[in-house]
Design a protein around this ligand. Structure first.
Ligand SMILES: Cc1cc2nc3c(=O)[nH]c(=O)nc-3n(C[C@H](O)[C@H](O)[C@H](O)COP(=O)(O)O)c2cc1C
Length: 342
């Protein structure tokens, strides 16, 4: 196995076998509560979660957030996620495709269009790779090879800093992102990986031609801790534990970013653990809401298992909408029944 393949295998094994969630910093959605409406005046069966994005019809504003690819069990995971998304009419993000630039054989594990011909599909690569010889042509190639509709360009400075072999040169990246977005024929969404996007960065990114931001904030999976477990020495694990709760809670990041970004999409992910969280994120302005870790283990089992979990999120979202009397996503975005506690 190559270094990247080994790393990806470690990530999956650690995520499945260890507690790698934030401990004290929560997603921020706990600070909000919907005001129950005892007389919702709508028919539950008429609740409509559908929307359109990048020319694709989606049955709900929920997507499977980027996870993996490039190794044997990554292929199974991606296939199960893709089949579930196709059956439910949901969008999906692939894991980082950097490995495809090093090992063309790894394409097979990302090549999920055969199971999911209709879904909105996001490719993925780290923005830091723009400082390590990856350019527009490479990015176009990996998007085209998997027939993705758009790209998640991820930011993960904390993870790279803790990862022993991490790519740590983040200097000058904003300008490279600016140029990439200017010239890319594909929509680009900037995403974090569980530490959130600040309002200052959102303001800078609002001046680029990116299509949007996925805040991927704190309160869910802690990449600091995952890299700490990989490092196999006590000091690195100690450092990782210090940074376990580092990040802007997802709900806070969402509110800041939404204020800065006009006429661009804003997605929320990081610690989304129920359909109520999904509803709160949409009521706070998210266009789509992403889920990663809760689906990982299920994706090693079957597409049915993933589908059941995603269906649970959908049911919880519908029940939330019913109990506040909103019958579609637009009404949910404009509800006056989400209150900040305290
Ligand atoms: C096993 C695993 C692998 C991941 N790999 C990637 C990746 O390759 N690229 C990326 O942008 N994010 C990656 N992420 C981060 C997720 O997309 C997401 O931003 C983060 O886990 C927060 O969501 P969660 O709390 O629902 O897990 C990965 C997450 C998990 C659990």
């Amino acid at each position: 196995m190559t270094e990247i393949e080994n790393r990806k295998k470690d990530h999956i094994d650690i995520c499945i076998n260890k507690d790698v969630q934030f401990e004290k910093t929560l997603s921020g959605f706990e600070k909000y509560q919907f005001i129950h409406q005892a007389l919702p005046e709508i028919d539950f069966n008429e609740i409509d979660l559908s929307l359109n994005l990048f020319g694709k019809a989606l049955n709900a504003p929920i997507f499977v957030s980027s996870m993996t690819g490039g190794l044997e069990n990554g292929k199974v995971i991606n296939e199960n996620l893709a089949r579930a998304c196709q059956n439910l009419g949901l969008a999906m993000g692939l894991g980082s495709q950097r490995i495809m630039l090093e090992n063309p054989d790894s394409l097979e594990s990302f090549d999920i269009r055969k199971y999911a011909k209709d879904i909105l599909l996001f490719g993925n690569i780290g923005a830091v790779q723009l400082n390590y010889n990856v350019g527009l042509e490479d990015i176009k190639k990996i998007i085209e090879q998997v027939k993705a509709d758009a790209l998640f360009l991820h930011l993960n400075p904390l993870q790279e800093a803790i990862q022993t072999e991490g790519d740590k040169n983040f200097a000058g990246l904003l300008e490279k992102i600016f140029n990439l977005a200017e010239n890319s024929p594909y929509p680009i969404i900037i995403k974090e990986c569980g530490c959130g996007i600040s309002k200052e960065l959102a303001k800078q990114l609002s001046k680029t031609k990116i299509a949007g931001i996925d805040v991927s904030g704190g309160g869910g999976t802690s990449w600091a801790l995952i890299e700490g477990y990989r490092a196999k020495n006590e000091t690195s694990l100690d450092i990782a534990n210090i940074f376990r709760d580092w990040g802007i809670p997802t709900a806070d990041s969402l509110v800041f970013v939404k204020k800065q970004i006009k006429n661009k999409l804003v997605f929320a992910s990081g610690g989304i653990r129920s359909g109520i969280d999904v509803a709160k994120a949409i009521a706070l302005g998210a266009d789509m809401v992403g889920i990663a870790h809760p689906l990982l283990k299920l994706a090693t089992i079957s597409s049915k298992a993933v589908e059941e979990k995603l269906n649970q999120f959908i049911q919880e979202l519908k029940i939330t909408m019913f109990c506040i009397g909103v019958k579609n996503i637009n009404e949910l975005k404009n509800t006056k029944f989400l209150h900040k506690l305290g």
